[in-house]
Design a protein. Structure first.
Length: 248
């Protein structure tokens, strides 16, 4: 599908460091131009009305409302929308089935380029389809607990109580605040899919860490948690950990 160049982009993201990164990354792509960026519903509505962008990079939660508050009020039905989100992988799979475009935060340059290019070659979705996707994302981001099977019982575990998880010989160990440990026969990959990516980081194939308990990152490749636990960061995951700290 041919599209007049350059393709006009507006960025709506309330975290300034991420917004600036997006401006820089989009600006480096030869076929795209950033018309403007903002961090609120009212600013976004005014910008979309006056600038008539082709593509909208849209954050889910904004300081004065949500992304759908914007979608619900715009009349430009040809506008392509790409969600900016940081939620769990299982929710991504659910909305991907509806051909909804998204970019995970912190933003990977390759994924950004792929999403923008894909948007050029697809028809815009209806507001109703976008609303369904938005509700799926919100449900994921509001997740507060998971169920962990521990031998012969199911245990409800609040996300805020998880310090970190680690795998050992095919089992997953949940290390909780206060010293309690729950052992599950499921592999760590299952819990990587279950835990929201906005709250948990996988720095190593054997570890998942609750972001809320990360205190520092040592140059020799270890995350230090608030209780003093040292979590190794593998070489292949160091870029991901660096992006996490750069976007705080």
């Amino acid at each position: 599908m041919n599209h007049p160049l350059p393709v006009k982009v507006v960025i709506v993201e309330d975290q300034l460091p991420i917004r600036k990164d997006l401006e820089l990354l989009v600006g480096q792509l030869p076929s795209f131009i950033v018309l403007g960026s903002c961090g609120s519903v009212q600013e976004a509505l005014a910008m979309i009305e006056s600038m008539a962008p082709d593509i909208l990079l849209l954050d889910i939660n904004l300081g004065d409302g949500t992304g759908f508050d914007i979608l619900d009020k715009i009349s430009n039905l040809s506008l392509k929308v790409i969600f900016l989100t940081a939620h769990a992988e299982h929710a991504i799979k659910a909305i991907k089935a509806n051909a909804i475009d998204y970019i995970l935060k912190p933003v990977d340059p390759g994924e950004l380029k792929a999403a923008l290019t894909k948007a050029l070659n697809t028809s815009p979705l209806s507001i109703e389809d976008l609303k369904l996707a938005f509700e799926s994302i919100k449900k994921s981001e509001n997740q507060q607990k998971i169920v962990v099977r521990s031998y012969d019982i199911w245990e409800i575990v609040y996300l805020s109580n998880i310090l970190y998880c680690h795998s050992e010989e095919g089992y997953t160990y949940f290390n909780l605040v206060g010293g309690k440990q729950i052992v599950s026969s499921h592999h760590l990959k299952k819990y990587e899919d279950d835990l929201p990516e906005s709250q948990f980081l996988r720095p190593h194939q054997s570890y998942i860490v609750n972001n809320s308990y990360i205190e520092s990152y040592r140059r020799d490749g270890y995350l230090i948690l608030k209780d003093g636990t040292e979590i190794p960061v593998s070489l292949r995951n160091r870029d991901k950990v660096n992006r996490y700290f750069n976007n705080l």
